[in-house]
Ligand binder design. Structure first.
Ligand code: GDP
Ligand code: MG
Length: 829
């Protein structure tokens, strides 16, 4: 019984002799009406008389009469099975309790309402969803922020309401994958009530989608959102009159303040229970010629019972006349549709000849005509609207010449805030991490545990957690740009340039963010509407050199390029950008060659953002970031630490113990000299231990692969440790090149060690490892190879494993070839 409460069964699933209680009838209104007339209503018991696997129709007994239903019909009737207590003797409780729990289950099932939120991009669906369900999804004043569906439930007046937030669309035709997705969700999942969220400040365009929902003959409730803005403008809108005309109840809401949401859900319950006086099926009148065509087609469609159960016949007729490709594709899969399709073709030809227009356009025009008409009757607009104010601002911010300087100014402010303002809390966190490390070091006895905590966990995670403030500030700025509507303008400005490399204007934002940290940048690709753009952007993002790579460049440049330091650094960044562009061009022409979807660059009106949205957004991000600390980075740090720490039993080549006691007992040395010598001995010992550790063995193992690049095994190990996070590369070099990491002149001494380093074995034994050429090739390698584990995890989350693995492979292979070419060609000179 418990199990059945969670899963949903349909009448067609019941076997011979089984009884079920009807809890819900799905499907379009006309189908429901017919089935209800046959006696199939909520709470009625049905007994299966004959249901063989391949048999159609199935015979049932309901209210003492025998009826047969087609399998396709029985699939649309939700039931709760009645288990006969006599047959199930192993069930302990007696009949009455069984009855009670059954009743409870039926009640639960009949009081579960599935709803879907549909509406134009940016109309406030996600804000409404968040307010109603208490979830914190991302919202933004930026078309298409919602790209997947989100589900959550709420309970009101004893009803459990499952809410699905769908992607925003202007229409539900075949125009884009999102539109198709929304339409499929409505026809396949058959939500009990569809909530059409409408932006009050743009009624005409928003009602177009409504007109398509009307064609489908499904239960709809309109949430007239952003009603505050309509009132502020002083417009007068008799929405109750509109509701009566279109047969759809309308509830006003201000989602951003949570107003009207309770009312909306009461209305949804009323419509579900069929006790709302306004809710009815109303047709749009398409005019004599189209109506006649519809009516002839409908007669033909109605002959195919299976089809007319699935889709409302008038809707099928309209879709056919619109010549909707994907709908046709679905129709061809149904049985006996040839006569319907031939008739549709004939009717379309007739209409197009008469109107001298595409049939699709004729129908869309008729819809707009209808909307225009009803609004004329119910809506009275004030003279000056917000659009005009927005236009005034836009004439400056998206100006042909002034637009770019403004954009760069805003970006500059954003990065300044991120790095300069962020450096204060960064220092605080850094000192807290340092303090905790020292505290533990003093508290715990020396040994593996202390080493794991201090060097493995605190060293690894602490090194990354210091970036949290920067990430928070960056995301605050970005959400502010989104909420005010500026982000859409930025995308607009960049669109032309980005199109040249197969990307979208909106891809520019994540790419820019990538210079800070690739992880939030990958997450920011969510703002792109279609999957192709999202994946393409993620694939090239790793070439945007993130701030974690900077310490590596700084070290190598200061050691090997005493002149033109800035120029060398800039060249690395530029090579990254060039690589990104080349990769984008290649991918665009290979993986995504045919999927070019036209799109509308939506410029929503400017809005004053609410603090609630912006903070919710920020909090959400910080949680995501922290959870990544706790999982990916934590495990990677522990792994790398362990690989470097074990095995502990090593036969050292020198007697370090003896050497240090000799130094300690040497009275001819000053205290300072002693300390220096002891440190050096310790560093040498650690370095030998590292060489013999597992990670050292891995380094030796991969040495043949990196020899052609001019690297020794120590660089190999450093590169491997950089998989966890690129800044770790510097730390590993510090350990391996036997530089005293405790000394103050740490980087200076590391620089010297790098310059002096020679090969210890192989054909080049005795020669210097690093020179300007090798250093440059190494910087390119670090720039291009495997982004870091956190980025891969983010890509896996946003795309899938396939793309994450592909990114790991192609970036590393590319890095190898570029480093190889640089080294080999450079060696010629
Ligand atoms: P979606 O694309 O439909 O999911 O839209 P969002 O939920 O992301 O909202 C877009 C923007 O509209 C956000 O900046 C919200 O703060 C804002 N917004 C949502 N509802 C209202 C409302 O009722 N009034 C006002 N003034 N703004 C709103
Ligand atoms: Mg949304």
């Amino acid at each position: 019984m418990i199990d059945q409460a969670t899963s949903t069964l349909f009448l067609a699933d019941l076997q011979n002799g089984e009884t079920g209680i009807i809890t819900k009838i799905l499907g379009h209104g006309a189908f429901r009406k017919r089935i209800t007339e046959m006696g199939f209503v909520k709470n009625k018991k049905v007994l299966v008389i004959k249901n063989a696997p391949l048999q159609d129709p199935i015979e049932y007994k309901i209210m003492d009469s025998h009826v047969s239903l087609r399998r396709s019909e029985a699939r649309l009737i939700e039931v709760v099975p009645v288990i006969d207590s006599k047959e199930n003797t192993d069930i302990e409780f007696d009949g009455t309790i069984l009855e009670e729990s059954l009743e409870q289950l039926v009640l639960e099932k009949t009081k579960t309402i599935n709803i879907a939120l549909v509406g134009n991009p940016n109309c406030g669906k996600t804000t409404l969803f968040n307010h109603a369900t208490g979830k914190h999804e991302r919202v933004g004043n930026y078309g298409g922020v919602t790209v997947d569906t989100k589900e959550a439930r709420l309970i009101q007046d004893g009803y459990t309401i499952n809410v699905t937030d769908l992607p925003g669309t202007y229409s539900i035709s075949e125009y884009s994958p999102e539109e198709l997705f929304v339409r499929r969700h409505i026809t396949d999942n058959m939500p009990d009530v569809v909530v059409n969220v409408i932006d009050s400040s743009n009624l005409e365009r928003n009602l177009f989608l409504t007109s398509q929902l009307m064609d489908m003959n499904i239960n709809v409730v309109i949430a007239l959102n952003m009603y505050d803005e309509l009132e502020n403008k002083g417009d007068k809108f008799d929405y109750e009159a509109l509701a009566k005309i279109i047969g759809i109840p309308i509830v006003t809401t201000v989602a951003s303040k949570g107003l009207g949401i309770k009312n909306l859900f009461s209305k949804i319950i009323d419509v579900y229970e069929r006790r709302d006086p306004v809710s009815r099926h109303a047709h749009i009148n398409y005019g004599v010629d189209i109506e006649e065509a519809i009516s002839r087609l409908r007669t033909e469609i109605k002959k195919n019972k299976k089809l007319s159960d699935k889709y409302y016949p008038r809707y099928t007729a309209i879709k056919l006349l619109e010549n909707d490709k994907s709908f046709l594709g679905q129709l061809v899969q149904e049985e006996d549709t040839i006569s319907i399709l031939t008739l549709a073709k004939k009717e379309i030809e007739k209409l197009e000849k008469e109107f001298k227009e595409k049939s699709e356009t004729i129908i869309a025009d008729a819809k707009y005509g209808f909307i225009h008409g009803v609004l004329k009757e119910t809506y009275e607009q004030q003279q000056i609207d917000r659009r005009q104010k927005s236009n005034a601002i836009d004439s400056l911010l998206t100006h042909k010449y002034f637009g770019f300087p403004f954009f760069i100014l805003f970006l500059w402010i954003m990065f300044q805030l991120t790095f300069s303002l962020g450096s204060y809390p960064m220092d605080w966190i850094d000192s807290v991490v340092g303090y905790v490390g020292t505290f533990l070091e003093n508290l715990l006895p020396a040994g593996s545990l202390r080493d794991l905590l201090v060097n493995g966990i605190i060293g690894g995670v602490g090194g990354v957690i210091v970036f949290l403030p920067n990430i928070l500030i960056l995301f605050f700025c970005i959400s502010l740009m989104e909420d005010t509507g500026y982000m859409a303008r930025a995308a607009f400005i960049m669109d032309k340039l980005m199109h040249k490399i197969g990307l979208h204007g909106k891809s520019f934002i994540p790419l820019i963010m990538g210079f800070g940290c690739n992880v939030p940048a990958v997450m920011a690709t969510r703002t792109l509407e279609n999957r192709k753009d999202r994946i393409l952007t993620m694939l090239i993002l790793p070439f945007m050199s993130c701030s974690a790579r900077l310490p590596v460049y700084v070290l190598l440049i200061s050691a090997f390029f005493p002149h033109n330091q800035g120029l060398v650094l800039l060249s690395i960044y530029l090579i990254g950008i060039v690589m990104a562009i080349l990769a984008a061009l290649v991918f665009k022409n290979t993986f995504f060659a045919k999927q070019d979807v036209p799109f509308v660059m939506e410029l929503p009106p400017y809005r004053i953002p609410t603090l609630r949205n912006t903070t919710v957004h920020m909090w959400h991000k910080s949680l995501q970031y922290l959870s990544k600390m706790g999982t990916v980075i934590l495990s990677a740090s522990i792994l790398i630490w362990a690989l470097g720490y074990f095995p502990r039993e090593i036969n050292f080549s020198k007697n370090y113990e003896g050497m240090s006691s000799a130094v300690k007992n040497n009275s001819s040395l000053s205290q300072k000299e002693k300390e220096e010598k002891l440190n050096q001995i310790d560093v040498d010992k650690q370095s030998e231990r590292m060489e013999n550790s597992y990670i050292g063995k891995i380094g030796h193992f991969i040495e043949p692969a990196i020899r052609p690049l001019g690297y020794d095994w120590k660089l190999g190990v450093s590169i491997i440790t950089g998989l966890a996070a690129k800044e770790i590369v510097v730390g590993s070099m510090g350990v391996l090149y036997q530089s005293d990491t405790h000394a103050d002149e740490y980087s200076a001494s590391l620089k010297n060690k790098l310059q002096e380093q020679v090969f210890t074995s192989g054909p080049k034994a005795g020669q210097k490892v690093l020179n300007p050429l090798v250093a440059y090739s190494l910087m390119l390698f670090v720039l291009l190879y495997f982004p870091c584990i956190a980025v891969i995890a983010a890509i896996r989350k946003e795309a899938d494993w396939k793309w994450a693995s592909f990114t790991m492979l192609y970036t590393t292979i590319l890095a190898w070839f570029v480093a190889f070419a640089t080294y080999q060609i450079g060696s010629l000179f």
